[in-house]
Each structure stands twice: as C-alpha cells, then as structure tokens.
Write a protein that binds this ligand. Sequence first.
Ligand code: TYM
Length: 333
Amino acid sequence: MENTDKKQVVFSAIQPSGTITLGNYLGAVRNWVAMQNEYDCIYALADLHTITVRQEPAAMRRNILDAYASIMACGIDVEKSIFFIQSHVHTHAELAWILNCYTQFGELSRMTQFKDKSAKHADNINAGLFTYPSLMAGDILLYQADKVPVGADQQQHIELTRDIATRFNGLYGNVFKIPEGFIPKNGARVMSLQNPLSKMSKSDENVNGCVHLLDPPEVIMKKFKRAVTDSDACVRYAEGKDGVNNLMTIYGAVTGKSYEQIETEFAGKGYGDFKTAVGEAVVEELRPIRERYEQLIKDKAYLESCYHKADEIALKISSRTLSKVMKKIGFVR
Ligand code: TYM
C-alpha cells in the first residue's frame, strides 16, 4: 500500500524488548488497529531502539518474531497497513544521525525517559540511550506522518520531534510534516497492578504488576485478584485511590463504560467482585489475540513474507524523505 490518496498518514512503533503488555495494547496498539480504515497506517517494530539496553542475542531474535506475531494478532491487517522491522530499513539509522546534528544536548537532557532509564541502568548509560529521541523523531518524520498514536509516556518525545522538525524546516524550507501525538482518553497510562504509582512496564520486577498480552486466563485472573487497592472498600474514582482508579481505567478502556457507570455497577459490592469483573473483561478482550498469535507464530515463513514486503515499501517511502533532506543540507547526490 502506497500513500497515493489523500488519507492522512499515521506512524507508530513499539520496542520488541519482551512480551507486549496490556499497557502497550490499551495505550497504543488498540488505536493502531482502529485507525487502519481511516488512515494510511505505517507501523514498525523499533528493534534498533531496544539495544539502548543490553539484549541477549537469542532472546532478542525470539522477541522480535514474537512481537511481530503478537501485534498482527491484535488486528493489524498487513493488506491495509505497512508493518515493518525498523533495522531492515536503513534510512532510519541514517536520518537519526542527521537529526542528532539538529538536536540540542540540553533538549535531550530534559527527557524524563532518559533520566528514568539511566537511573535504572546506571552501569550502561550509553550515548544511544541519550540520543534515542532523535532516532524516534527520524522514524516519524521519514513518513511525513500526520498522527502518531502512542501512550502518554511518549508525549515528551513527540513534542521534541515537533521541535526538531520545526527547526529543520526553519533552516531549509518545508521538508517535514509536523506530526501530532494521538493519545487515547482512556488507557493512555496503565499503571502497575502492584504499584499503581508506577507505569505498567515489561521490565516490572514484580511479575504480578504487569499483565502480558499472551498471559493465560488463569494468570490474568490471579494478577487482578492480587491487585493493590485500598481500605476504603468502595469502587469510586477519587484522588488517593490509585489502585482502584487504575482498575477502573482498565475496566473502562476494555468495556467502554464511564467511571459513573462503573461506580453504579459496583455500588454496594466489594473489591473482590470488582477485581473479578475486571479480570474477566481483560481475559475476554485478550482471548482472541492469544488464539490468533498461536496460529501466526507457527508460520514463520508467512511472518517473514509479511515483513519483507512491508520493509520494501517502507524503504521506498522513507528514501524519498531522506533524499530530500540530504539534498537540502548540501550533500552531493
Ligand atoms: P514502547 O515500546 O515503550 O511502548 C509502545 C507503546 O505503548 C505505550 N505504552 C503504554 N501506554 C499506556 N500505559 C502503559 N503502561 C504503557 N506502556 C507503554 C507507549 O506509549 C507506546 O506508544 N520509543 C517508543 C517506540 C517508538 C516509537 C517511534 C513510537 C520508536 N519509534 C516512533 C512512536 C513513533 C517506545 O519505546 O515505546
């Protein structure tokens, strides 16, 4: 699929650095799927991004294929959307280098994700971790994307992308489309079930804090039953009730119910009933994804044919932007 009609372009990506989480799904991937009919969608597995943190080679290979099959299983239709692997398309690393030279040290120093990750990996604060936002900016800008569906934690990187693009355009004319983040109203920041003050994350040390897309139903139920709540024993959305608020957010995101509807549904009921209902709703949402994943992961040849086709189209589209950028800067073509 090439961008020949007037539809707006959507770009987003995910790091294949472990199994996909319920947070990834509700914050981003669910929107990727929903946007496929209205937009020209281009999605990537951002494998170049994952090596900012040390990866074990065999696990990395497995994670990339697993993530590719998982995202397809969520409903990415490779006939409608382009879903490629970032490292297969060399324009990404090239534009990242160029954009590094148009991104300020001070801007990168302010990125909260850099501060968090360097605190977490104090023994490996590499330059890639620091310049990661310019690689991400390049990913988006190569495709002249209008909208970037992401969770709230990526908002700061999108803002920086806009700043870099605006700066570049100011110097060389209208080279880049200025993209906008597309952040869901519900589910933009799913929190850990064990520590509702911190984001649900693949790297959560407490296994019960994070629900994975491919967790079997009994594991999902167990995680929700153990979720941290409070002593108020009343299902209502209020300040200081972070655990319950998070469960209400997840339940609302999955069922489409508002906080008021959820409060009414569970009036007079205890947290036990509520947690069971949230767990069951998530199990039902994820069941078809897991089933589809089981089929897809068996067919490596099919997965390979999907990403090879997408890699080629992505290279063609992104090469046009990269050529324009290089010409404007003054490289001899
Ligand atoms: P990554 O791989 O950490 O996460 C992928 C997507 O999932 C969202 N997300 C969440 N949403 C809600 N609640 C959570 N707990 C949660 N955890 C993660 C993220 O916001 C993201 O949308 N740098 C990006 C990958 C990337 C990218 C890009 C994204 C590379 N290039 C270009 C957009 C455009 C990342 O590390 O996401």
